[in-house]
Write a protein that binds this ligand. Sequence first.
Ligand code: GUN
Ligand code: ZN
Length: 387
Amino acid sequence: MAAPRIPSALTYELLAKCSVTKARAATLHLPHGPVPLPIFMPVATQASLKGLTPEQLEETGCRLCLNNTYHLGLKPGQATLDAVGGAHKLQAWPHNILTDSGGFQMVSLLELAKVTEEGVRFLSPHDGTPMLLTPEHSISLQNSIGSDIMMQLDDVIATTSPDIARITEAMHRSIRWLDRCIKANKNPEKQNLFCIIQGGLDLDLRRECTREMVDRDTPGIAIGGLSGGEDKASYCKVVDTCTGLLPEKKPRYVMGVGYPEDLVVSVALGADMFDCVWPTRTARFGNAITARGVLNLRNAKYVDDFGPVEEGCQCMSCRSREEGGLGITRAYINHTTAKETVGAHVLTIHNVYYQLNLMKRAREAIIEDQYPAFVKEFFANLYDDKS
Ligand code: GUN
Ligand code: ZN
């Protein structure tokens, strides 16, 4: 028996499908405005993209960023979120926000987190008091945050775990927790709850989980438990298997994916949304993402390189003064990323822009039914002689 329809606060407008791969171009209409798909979502863990003002993030073209329930629930905490009227107001961000539910962050950040049927038990990193994050509490926090897309609390196991019994248990528990999250959502007309498919690298478990979750009819669907060190072939098989069973008219989000080559391949496998801390984190180490691969601008060879981070890039940092940009050079970043923070900020702008622009170009290619040629050119540039 099909579950009763739950309310949705989004519309998925399919614009084009690739005639060769499973790539799709769409516009996702969310409460805080339209978002082009496919999309990369930068991660603003603490309601800020480290070093960037909301205005600078907006200027990169970003219209949907990520916050973490776990971090915002601890600080500023639910009372402050309620008082200010949610995370959009807290961070002066007029566009869309997606919140991860918190369980994944806890299990990956805290060694002492323990998962039971009730929820995730952990010790507060502030004062060590025992705490419990249940599906109901995660949704209550996400309702206070007011995110446009909320994620269910899920039971996440490392993809490389050999413990198939535990992976199976986690998959079934994630389905039960989805039901609890759906019941707990006080704001389904304004906040979209996405399910998260689990099941490790076992394709039968993934199929079973996908069918169960599709039955619950959430406005969007995520594929979780990946990007944890599994080989690329296994990763692709899981994404391909899941997208093959998903309804066409709903957004599909692969969690924790952010390398440009993974985005390009995952789009071909029918995925629409991605997030990862890597592009912003790696900027703080002086790494620039470019079409020719990642360049470490701390390297001595950039000391007197007065070109932009990437020739032809239209981001605020790379554009010249005449073009209305900052005219930042590789030499400046080489000089500033080690001790000063400004080099990291301008490089963060470039890296976020690069990721968003890559997905924008992918979308255009899909609309023109040129996605296979786009993929070919992308990999030809990436593996071209870098000298
Ligand atoms: N971030 C990356 N992978 C996951 C996952 O499987 N679940 C959740 N909640 N967040 C993630
Ligand atoms: Zn740039």
